[in-house]
Design a protein around this ligand. Structure first.
Ligand SMILES: *[C@@H]1O[C@H](CO)[C@@H](O)[C@H](O)[C@H]1NC(C)=O
Ligand SMILES: *[C@@H]1O[C@H](CO)[C@@H](O)[C@H](O)[C@H]1NC(C)=O
Ligand SMILES: *[C@@H]1O[C@H](CO)[C@@H](O)[C@H](O)[C@H]1NC(C)=O
Ligand SMILES: *[C@@H]1O[C@H](CO)[C@@H](O)[C@H](O)[C@H]1NC(C)=O
Ligand SMILES: *[C@@H]1O[C@H](CO)[C@@H](O)[C@H](O)[C@H]1NC(C)=O
Ligand SMILES: *[C@@H]1O[C@H](CO)[C@@H](O)[C@H](O)[C@H]1NC(C)=O
Ligand SMILES: *[C@@H]1O[C@H](CO)[C@@H](O)[C@H](O)[C@H]1NC(C)=O
Ligand SMILES: *[C@@H]1O[C@H](CO)[C@@H](O)[C@H](O)[C@H]1NC(C)=O
Ligand SMILES: *[C@@H]1O[C@H](CO)[C@@H](O)[C@H](O)[C@H]1NC(C)=O
Ligand SMILES: *[C@@H]1O[C@H](CO)[C@@H](O)[C@H](O)[C@H]1NC(C)=O
Ligand SMILES: CC(=O)N[C@H]1CO[C@H](CO)[C@@H](O)[C@@H]1O
Length: 550
């Protein structure tokens, strides 16, 4: 069944709960509902509280917005067939005085590598896992569900979180097609959380979850005009998330404002007995990140620029102009800027990245072999009997929709040739080097040497160094390419650089400083409102007014 048919069937077969008689007077009289392209958590919740709309109506509106755009943008792979009945149950709870969290009744998308124990599939975009079942929800999905968030659907991604091929494209998966961005026709959506980026950017849901190993939250957040938080590895559980690397993977929010992202992070953060890395959290329960939304938080802050960590590329002038302006805004907001807070191991990072199999690559390959097998071993149903990387490689080579060899499996071929996994001493040697390049030789060293609270750099250049040491990043919209920009295409004809395409500013920190980084990002966002300055070329037209029955 196509997405469209499934969605309409879900809408038709669902009989609306009539909660209201004297509700929504304000909105009827004023005729004004918030634009779902921009609306944030607080306004959505206020409407649910006042009875101006219900969670069912909101869910319907988002389903119709997905249906309107999906044939072009392909941001969503599956709509949850239970979304409307879940929303109805949450409406009934609210009517009865039960409010589970600040996001009770609010629909979100989750990336198609985060498993749910319901009718939705978790495939990382591959047919090999279609129909596979998990014993329970991924911990982050379970936390959202228990908080009363409607799990609206699964967002498309670069297949296997971009750990498969050397010549595929950002946002392509066999089970989902090619995602494109909404700010320019045939736009490269970046990746690997491509559908989460596009879906959140044009309001196909309140917000989305993404995952990052090296750039996969912050890069698509930057390109799609969003705030993205890549938490410290261990702040959010990875249990039942299809892995690349236990040392680098992390789950985080992709949202239209710092405030919305902070609401989501507050729900998904926390310890989990099914992910030992979460035991390193320095508290019993994580903070309420919405308390960090302080307009003045840049006052007295010390912020460094690791100038050697990026070189301006030929099409980067607009990014660097915006970066210079951003630095001035940070200064005006009371921050002390320390320029040339350089990464001491930058030369080693470059050498390591350029090597066919440097220390960083070894870490990912060895972790992947072990961590993938561990995920697969937890499946309670596994129709294609995929138990290992070799099984999945073989499946991919023999299944036409996986588009092999047109899209190769170079990453797996090299991983399979490594000859060991992350229980080997050679892994540990590579990991110590790679960690030190990102830690003492990277972010941690630069922070310490200059007594800094954070580093800033353009998001296009931010993910690689912190990735090696599991360190956090928050990206916030900073600007977009001007109308006279010459269009540049990447692999397979997607437009990477072109008029109207957004880009972000990244704040980097040590382990567990998400409150501080959220404060800085908020103070910057509230002074710039860069997101509002550029609009998508393609946006859904369905609004709440279209689904509210009067
Ligand atoms: C309403 O709340 C009461 C008391 O908390 C509870 O017993 C009842 O099951 C609730 N009903 C629904 C439909 O949630
Ligand atoms: C999950 O995959 C199965 C097997 O292909 C399919 O029958 C089912 O409809 C899918 N679920 C959703 C929500 O699309
Ligand atoms: C967590 O660590 C303990 C001690 O090393 C180990 O026994 C357990 O299996 C680990 N749990 C998970 C879920 O990895
Ligand atoms: C906001 O941040 C400023 C600067 O750090 C601080 O002085 C102030 O107390 C903070 N406000 C709140 C409400 O925490
Ligand atoms: C930092 O890096 C920049 C760019 O490579 C370089 O120009 C500058 O001299 C470096 N500063 C220090 C203190 O190392
Ligand atoms: C790891 O880094 C060290 C130090 O730079 C280097 O000597 C070694 O060759 C690297 N190992 C690999 C596998 O690239
Ligand atoms: C990892 O390597 C060890 C030692 O060779 C081996 O016993 C184990 O089965 C391997 N695990 C996986 C998932 O390949
Ligand atoms: C590889 O896949 C093919 C087709 O799916 C299957 O017939 C064959 O048994 C598989 N080979 C191995 C070694 O798993
Ligand atoms: C991708 O690489 C494979 C070889 O690894 C090649 O056969 C295939 O033609 C390439 N695809 C494209 C579109 O270049
Ligand atoms: C675009 O216009 C700006 C301002 O007029 C100019 O500085 C810049 O060089 C132009 N860029 C291109 C690629 O033509
Ligand atoms: C569930 C669903 O409709 N998925 C669609 C995602 O996009 C691909 C490519 O366009 C379609 O083939 C799938 O049917």
């Amino acid at each position: 069944m196509t997405l469209k048919a499934a969605a309409f069937l879900a809408l038709l077969s669902f009989s609306t709960l009539d909660l209201s008689t004297a509700r929504r007077t304000f909105h009827e009289v004023a005729g004004c509902y918030p634009d779902l392209l921009e609306v944030g958590a607080e306004e959505l919740v206020a409407g649910l509280e006042s009875g101006a709309w219900t969670s069912v109506e909101l869910t319907k509106a988002y389903i119709l917005r997905i249906v309107e755009t999906n044939s072009v943008l392909r941001a969503v792979t599956e709509i949850n067939p239970d979304a409307l009945s879940i929303a109805a149950a949450l409406d009934a709870e609210r009517a009865n005085g039960t409010i589970r969290s600040a996001l009770h009744g609010i629909p979100m998308l989750i990336k198609n590598n985060i498993a749910t124990n319901d009718q939705m599939n978790n495939t990382a975009g591959s047919y090999s896992l279609l129909g596979a079942k998990v014993p329970r929800d991924a911990t982050v999905a379970s936390k959202l569900r228990r908080a009363g968030v409607v799990l609206l659907g699964k967002s498309n991604l670069s297949q296997w979180a971009n750990f498969r091929s050397s010549n595929s494209s950002n946002g392509w998966s066999a089970h989902g097609g090619q995602v494109t961005g909404a700010y320019y026709p045939n736009m490269d959506p970046s990746g690997s959380s491509s559908g989460s980026g596009v879906g959140s950017s044009i309001g196909l849901a309140f917000a989305a979850l993404g995952t990052e190993t090296d750039g996969s939250i912050v890069s698509p957040s930057s390109a799609n005009n969003l705030v993205g938080i890549k938490p410290t590895v261990g702040l959010t559980s990875r249990s039942l998330v299809i892995p690349i690397s236990e040392h680098q993977d992390t789950v985080g929010p992709m949202a239209r404002s710092v405030s919305d992202a902070a609401y989501v992070l507050s729900i998904i953060a926390g310890k989990d007995e099914n992910d030992n890395y979460t035991r390193a959290q320095p508290w019993d329960a994580p903070p309420d990140y919405t308390q960090a939304l302080n307009f003045s938080s840049l006052r007295g802050a010390r912020i460094g620029i690791p100038r050697n960590g990026f070189t301006q590329g030929p099409t980067d002038q607009p990014i660097f102009d915006a970066f210079d302006a951003a630095i001035q805004i940070l200064k005006n907001a009371g921050a002390t800027i320390v320029d040339n807070a350089n990464f001491s191991a930058w030369d080693e990072v470059v050498t390591d990245d350029d090597a066919i199999r440097g220390n960083g690559t070894t870490v990912l390959e060895a972790d992947f072999i072990s961590n993938l097998a561990s995920y697969l071993s937890q499946l309670t149903s596994n129709p294609n009997n995929i138990r290992s990387l070799s099984d999945k490689s073989n499946f991919t080579h023999h299944t036409a929709p996986e588009e092999y060899p047109n899209r190769n499996t170079a990453v797996w071929d090299q991983s399979l040739s490594l000859g060991y996994n992350n229980s080997d001493s050679r892994f540990w040697e590579a990991y110590q080097y790679s960690f030190s390049f990102g830690g003492e030789g990277g972010v941690l060293g630069a922070l310490k040497a200059h007594n800094l609270d954070a580093l800033v750099l353009p998001t296009d250049y931010s993910p690689g160094v912190p990735a090696r040491a599991g360190l956090p990043i928050i990206t916030v919209p900073m600007g977009f390419y001007p109308s006279n920009t010459t269009v540049m295409e990447s692999r397979r004809g997607l437009v990477t650089v072109g008029p109207n395409i957004p880009f972000g500013l990244s704040f980097l920190g040590a382990q567990w400083p998400e409150e501080t980084l959220i404060g800085f990002a908020y103070a910057f966002e509230q002074r710039t409102h860069s997101r509002r300055k550029v609009k998508p070329f393609l946006k859904p037209s369905t609004q709440l007014a279209d689904v509210i029955s009067t």
